[in-house]
Design a protein around this ligand. Structure first.
Ligand SMILES: C[S@@+](CC[C@H](N)C(=O)[O-])C[C@H]1O[C@@H](n2cnc3c(N)ncnc32)[C@H](O)[C@@H]1O
Length: 271
């Protein structure tokens, strides 16, 4: 993590300011501790990744999916390639979403960055300067870090929950999410957080599998009632977007055999 990134962060619990305790005082911080001046919580930095959560903090579906992706991480690349094959390939499937982003030569946040499979496409654009990625799974982030380091891309990574982002309000010029929200533990909270950290006038893009596909996955993974006993809601979360947002639209994406397998929801935070 760059030392300057500290200015963008806050405590995910109480939004207090964080101070850095590291031994070397270098511009890049690989090991150290962030402490919240308000609630006193400490967050460890390891390999340049700040760990804002540990497994014991996670509840319901978040706990389930953190464990799931910890194990699934090594297969994700092959799985994505195969799943997108019949939709014209991974590049086409990802660009259907990514071409909607407005990079604005600024900071881009990917909520649930996973292993970083969107990074190659993001860095094809000359307008991509810095990417910030958060995910609930440490093995997913470890893979993402290796990819970014190998290619020399400026990417900052954080272990955390979409529902409580560790970033100060109005920090990012572009915010997007792909592929996890259908099964987030608290979708509304995650959407409100994306809006909070986006700058005024910022476009926010959210994509995931269609309701039909999500219901199939929920049955396959036996998730139907695993959200604290409540039925898992697999609907497109357009009803969770506050009325104050502008230019709200939903499109079908990932077409195969005449049917859309995903949705892309986009909207703008008022300027
Ligand atoms: C299907 S992967 C998508 C990864 C990446 N966005 C992509 O397009 O390849 C879903 C990701 O969501 C993450 N995830 C699931 N629940 C989350 C939560 N509550 N907060 C943050 N990340 C979460 C998982 O760890 C996983 O990396």
């Amino acid at each position: 993590m760059k030392r300057a990134t500290l200015d963008l962060l806050c405590c995910p619990d109480c939004r207090g300011a964080l101070s850095l305790d590291d031994e070397h005082g270098d511009d890049v911080v690989n090991e150290g501790t962030l402490s919240c001046s308000h609630c006193g919580r400490d967050f460890l930095i390891g390999n340049g990744i700040v760990r804002f959560i540990s497994h014991k903090d996670l509840e319901g579906l978040n706990r389930y999916f953190a464990r799931f992706y910890d194990r699934f991480s090594r297969f994700e690349g092959v799985f994505d390639k195969l799943s997108f094959l019949s939709m014209g390939g991974e590049r086409k499937a990802r660009m259907e979403i990514l071409h909607r982003l407005e990079h604005n030569n600024g900071r881009i946040l990917e909520v649930s960055i996973g292993t970083g499979r969107n990074l190659p496409y993001l860095f094809e654009s000359a307008e991509t300067c810095e990417v910030y990625g958060l995910d609930i799974s440490a093995p997913q982030l470890a893979r993402c870090l290796r990819l970014a380091d190998k290619r020399g891309w400026p990417v900052e990574l954080f272990l955390g929950m979409a529902e409580v982002l560790p970033f100060r309000s109005e920090t990012f010029n572009s915010v997007f999410h792909i592929g996890g929200i259908n099964f987030f533990y608290q979708k509304k909270k995650a959407i409100d957080e994306m809006i909070r950290v986006a700058r005024p006038g910022c476009k926010i893009v959210i994509a995931d599998e269609s309701e039909r596909v999500a219901r199939f996955i929920a049955r396959l993974l036996r998730l139907s009632r695993s959200n604290q006993g409540k039925k898992v809601d697999t609907s497109v979360p357009v009803h969770l977007i506050p009325e104050t947002m502008e230019e709200i639209r939903v499109d079908g994406i990932w077409k195969r055999h005449g049917q859309y397998h995903g949705y892309c929801l986009e909207f703008r935070k008022p300027a």
